[in-house]
Write a protein of this length. Structure first.
Length: 133
């Protein structure tokens, strides 16, 4: 049997992992922009969208699970639902819209925009760490 406090501690660990993961990802995107984008593109090319959508859905579920361990749970719930929605879009890929968006992201987005996404990821990751109860 798990007590309530043990359950909240587990949710806090998930929130810490999400926060630090975003900070690491954002840092890689800023410092090693082309290598990080090339690695993401290789990952996208290697695995089918249906497999990658499971990873996106898992991240969404982790956000939903850890929502009760942070100061602003509604933000975690919104991000979790958006991630699950994106996973559904990636899984179904109607009219290849997700594939087209991913191809645009990997070929047309400039390094400066990639670095801006990295800065946003670091800010959000830091916010997550500061919101943990």
């Amino acid at each position: 049997h798990q007590t309530f406090t043990e359950g909240v501690e587990n949710m806090m660990v998930i929130a810490y992992i999400l926060g630090f993961g975003l900070i690491v990802f954002g840092s890689l995107l800023i410092l090693y922009t082309q290598a990080t984008v090339a690695a993401m593109n290789g990952f996208y090319r290697k695995y089918p969208l249906r497999v990658l959508s499971v990873l996106q859905a898992l991240i969404g579920i982790l956000f939903l699970i850890s929502a009760s361990a942070v100061t602003y749970p509604w933000i975690f719930r919104v991000v979790g639902l958006l991630a699950i929605g994106e996973a559904i879009l990636a899984y179904t890929n109607p009219k290849a819209i997700y594939s087209q968006m991913a191809d645009w992201y990997f070929t047309k987005v400039t390094d400066q925009a990639q670095r801006m996404f990295g800065i946003i990821a670091i800010i959000f990751g830091t916010a997550i760490l500061s919101w943990i109860i």
